[in-house]
Design a binder for this molecule. Structure first.
Ligand SMILES: [Fe+2]
Ligand SMILES: [Fe+2]
Length: 272
């Protein structure tokens, strides 16, 4: 059964520089790549859902290239609000069909085993909010209509409010139009997002949306009315989306090692 790994929001910096003073995103992303490479079984592909770079700066994309070169399986990427689609297309090679799309927007559809990945571009070339735009929404509707395979949609900005006021203030402007489209396509098994740097699960037009935490810093869980967001060094993690007979199952997996695993019964003669 097809297994897709999703990492997100790498926020790479030029060599030797931290992100936001204290988040060593280059090192942390490298540790995430090492964890992915140690997975057994290996995923059929790795999808990176945006904010590959932080500024962006060509040196940051050279770092992205070095990282993805270390992965053993095919890699697919989409931009986030911190990215430059122009630099991605100029510098990144071997990472999905990023030359496809409409103008500055990168979008494409590929088949990976028994799943179809539909990759969308919510970035708007600078500002932190996201917009899909009418041309990409029309392409999405036509692409979903053309093929009924179980489908994962990858997009950086979530098409839903999250309750984190600071992040909702830099959300997706045309989520209502997106929701109306996916509501008509029940073969969309998952909408996989990034941007909010937290594990979040909700539904969008009757489809399941999962949002993966960052490989670096996370956004502080604050459901109050404060609109000045803060970050926090909670554990980096990623999703493994596995196609099963009953549908796609999404597992949250941690980058770092924790004590264990332990057998449930240390003494096989134990009885209760
Ligand atoms: Fe981010
Ligand atoms: Fe973002």
């Amino acid at each position: 059964m097809t297994l897709i790994a999703q990492i997100t929001d790498l926020h790479l910096r030029p060599r030797g520089l931290a992100c936001y003073r204290v988040s060593e995103t280059n090192m942390l992303a490298g540790r995430a790549i090492a964890t992915l490479n140690a997975l057994d079984p290996q995923p059929d592909a790795v999808v990176i859902t945006g904010d590959l770079a932080d500024k962006p700066d060509p040196h940051e994309y050279e770092g992205v290239q070095r990282l993805v070169n270390r992965l053993k399986v095919p890699v697919y990427v989409i931009p986030g609000n911190h990215d430059s689609t122009r630099m991605m297309r100029e510098i990144l090679t071997g990472v999905g069909p990023i030359n496809q799309g409409t103008g500055d927007k990168i979008h494409y559809a590929v088949e990976i085993g028994g799943l179809r990945l539909v990759a969308l571009d919510t970035s708007v070339g600078g500002p932190p909010h996201g917009t899909l735009g009418d041309a990409q929404l029309d392409w999405l509707d036509a692409t979903l209509s053309a093929n009924n395979m179980p489908t994962l949609i990858a997009m950086h900005h979530p098409p839903a409010v999250t309750g984190l006021k600071h992040m909702d203030g830099i959300g997706l402007t045309d989520s209502a139009a997106f929701t109306e489209i996916v509501a008509r396509h029940p073969h969309v098994e998952r909408i996989m997002c990034g941007h909010v740097h937290r594990t979040i699960i909700t539904s969008v037009g009757g489809r399941v949306m999962t949002l993966a935490p960052s490989t670096g810093h996370q956004v502080n869980l604050d459901l109050s009315d404060r609109d000045d967001g803060q970050f926090i060094m909670e554990p980096p993690a990623f999703f493994l989306h596995q196609q099963m007979e009953t549908g796609v199952v999404s597992h949250l997996a941690y980058v770092e090692a924790y004590p264990g695993p332990f057998p449930f019964y240390a003494d096989e003669n134990v009885s209760w």
